[in-house]
Ligand binder design. Structure first.
Ligand SMILES: [Zn+2]
Length: 106
């Protein structure tokens, strides 16, 4: 795990977050997504990054996906994808380009 993700996992009590680059055609990357957060039934936490995407704000994308993992951990997976629970956490983690990374459909 990258140091920043290890720190985030520690601070949030989340446990390890796995970061993996995957091909653009990976099943989890729908609609040409640049990244996707996933939880497995075994409790694994993943952030998948589209290895073929031209990614400008890598750390902001990772934090956006980490926000999904934190929100699911706190509120369960039935919450609205980018709803109020997500945004409340996202606005604490991401301090620039918030309109792009905390309020959009990404
Ligand atoms: Zn999202």
């Amino acid at each position: 795990m990258r140091p920043a993700l290890a720190g985030l996992a520690l601070l949030t009590g989340l446990g390890p977050i796995n970061l993996q680059f995957v091909p653009a055609e990976h099943w989890a990357l729908t609609d040409g997504a640049h990244a996707k957060a996933l939880r497995t039934s075994e409790g694994g936490q993943w952030i998948l990054i589209n290895a073929e995407a031209d990614i400008e704000d890598f750390e902001l994308i990772v934090l956006h996906e980490a926000t999904h993992l934190i929100a699911w951990d706190r509120y369960g997976e039935d919450i609205e994808e980018h709803g109020p629970e997500f945004q409340q956490i996202c606005l604490q983690l991401i301090t620039r380009k918030q309109n792009q990374y905390c309020r959009s459909h990404r």
